[in-house]
Ligand binder design. Structure first.
Ligand SMILES: [Zn+2]
Length: 171
């Protein structure tokens, strides 16, 4: 069996590793030899691989959580126009105007302050004709609830082919 001096690294080959302290013939260092287990390195490698695997699992889990968080943080409120409600009406001066209605849903577990609602109108070539913002019907939106809105656009609807809704980015 091999025994190595802890201090000067001199190697000794012995029939049996002694249980008593030994003295190095070269440097005089005294130490208690320990039996070296066969496969020690294998266990170490296994432990390292296992740790790496666990770390990788935790990392990907955290990454998924972070991703989900950013997604829900990015769009806590979702606005939607009910296409069936979009129609022309006449205002008090007899001008054609576009009436839109829709809703805003809070998908989170938190109360959110409602930002301004923006109705974007487009022509047939998808060019933006106007962006009209108006104040929301409520100040706060409770978790997991929906609030409806309706609005009459003051734009001339002649060239308007499509409308969409956006929420003003909260800073
Ligand atoms: Zn030595």
């Amino acid at each position: 069996m091999k025994m190595i001096c802890d201090f000067c690294k001199t190697e000794y080959t012995l029939a049996k590793i002694p249980n008593t302290p030994v003295k190095c013939a070269i440097c005089g260092h005294v130490w208690v030899p320990r039996k070296r287990f066969i496969g020690n390195g294998t266990w170490l490698k296994f432990a390292v691989v296992l740790c790496a695997l666990i770390a990788a699992c935790i990392f990907s889990f955290v990454a998924v959580l972070k991703f989900q968080n950013t997604v829900s943080k990015k769009k806590p409120l979702v606005a939607h126009i009910d296409e069936k409600t979009v129609h022309l009406i006449k205002d008090e001066k007899g001008n054609n105007r576009i009436f839109v209605a829709g809703d805003i849903t809070n998908n989170t577990e938190d109360i959110y302050g409602l930002p301004a609602i923006i109705i974007v109108s487009y022509d047939g070539a998808n060019n933006v004709l106007s962006r009209q913002s108006f104040t929301p019907p409520a100040t706060l939106l409770e978790p997991k609830t929906t609030v409806t809105f309706n609005h009459i656009l003051s734009v001339d609807p002649t060239n308007v082919k499509r409308v969409s809704v956006e929420l003003k980015e909260s800073k």
